[in-house]
Ligand binder design. Structure first.
Ligand code: CP
Length: 322
């Protein structure tokens, strides 16, 4: 695999947070803070991506990630193509690589890709031209790097630190790329007390999430937690035979106001979305005073702007002269 960073540490691609050190993650978070605007403030508008063409290729559904890459790149001055993959020639059997080469020939510089096939982003960065970047917007159950960064930004905005925090991730961790990327970000940034909470069948194998504690009773897992991140049950990644009784799941693992009292009084409640209210989280908690779920969405735009600006700065060193 080609490196995600060039020889001077500039970001070339972003397909995983593995291998990016604390300084690299902190630089992205610091830059994202300069782009962050709360709803009601005028959005940041800049020229960091002037002359850059970005293509959004989403082969799985998305609301937050796709919309925020679109807004982030436009707000920094890029030309943006949102390819409707279902009416594209992919539906006629064209390979992913031929789709990429076709759009490269139209001067696309950055590909933002969500795909259910493990290994696709890595395959693509081995094949794109030297002046082209690939950003993963979600790779199978493995990686969702910008989600990990936006979660870290949200936690840092409230807690001002990562060391010493107790962070519980609750739900379908086995199938979650968010859990993998957020855990990686938090570990790199200094969080040691990371708890994975869920039914035994939805916890990941022991060789993943090294150093994390595992809990099958939600009450134990969220006790005194500073952050509780709830995850959706990912039915699309489960065998069709895996029946889930949603009422039973909410009874055993759902986050309601009564359970939340077990966490620290200033706990942050997070959820990457999309939420299934009444399955993993009650509306009272999702919309309640401890919830930062909409702040996560807001931070998602700022983080994607920061990643794109960093990549654009590196790209200028690899572009062909006129
Ligand atoms: N969190 C997240 O990836 O949401 P979307 O699937 O809506 O992009």
């Amino acid at each position: 695999m080609r490196a995600q960073q060039d020889g001077s540490g500039g970001l070339r691609h972003l397909i995983t947070l593995d291998g990016l050190d604390r300084a690299a993650l902190t630089a992205i978070l610091d830059r994202a803070e300069t782009y962050r605007r709360v709803p009601g403030q005028p959005a940041y508008e800049g020229r960091e991506l002037a002359g850059v063409t970005l293509a959004n290729l989403f082969f799985e559904p998305s609301t937050r990630t796709r919309a925020s890459f679109d807004l982030a790149s436009r707000r920094l001055g890029a030309h943006v193509l949102n390819l409707d993959v279902h009416s594209s020639s992919r539906a006629k059997g064209e390979s992913m690589l031929d789709t990429i080469y076709t759009l490269e020939a139209m001067n696309t510089d950055v590909f933002v890709i969500r795909d259910s096939e493990p290994g696709m982003p890595e395959f693509l960065i081995d094949h794109v031209a030297p002046h082209v970047s690939v950003i993963s917007a979600g790779e199978a159950h493995l990686s969702h790097p910008t989600q990990g960064l936006l979660d870290a930004l949200t936690i840092r905005a409230h807690k001002r630190r990562f060391a010493g925090l107790k962070v519980a991730i609750v739900g379908d961790i086995l199938h979650s790329r968010v859990a993998r990327s957020t855990a990686r970000a938090l570990r790199t940034l200094g969080t040691e007390d990371l708890r994975l909470v869920g039914p035994q069948t939805l916890l990941p194998p022991e060789d993943e999430f090294q150093g994390a504690q595992r809990y099958t009773r939600v009450e134990d897992g969220i006790a005194q937690a500073d952050v509780v991140m709830m995850l959706r049950i990912q039915k699309e990644r489960m065998a069709a035979s895996a029946d889930l009784d949603e009422a039973e799941y909410f009874r055993d693992f759902g986050l309601d106001a009564r359970r939340l009292e077990l966490a620290a009084p200033d706990v942050l409640v997070m959820h990457p979305g999309p939420m299934n209210r009444g399955v993993e989280i009650s509306s009272e908690v999702a919309d309640g005073p401890r919830s930062v779920i909409r702040e996560q969405v807001n931070n998602g735009v700022a983080v994607r702007m920061a990643v794109l600006a960093a990549i654009a700065a590196t790209l200028t060193r690899h572009r062909r002269p006129l």
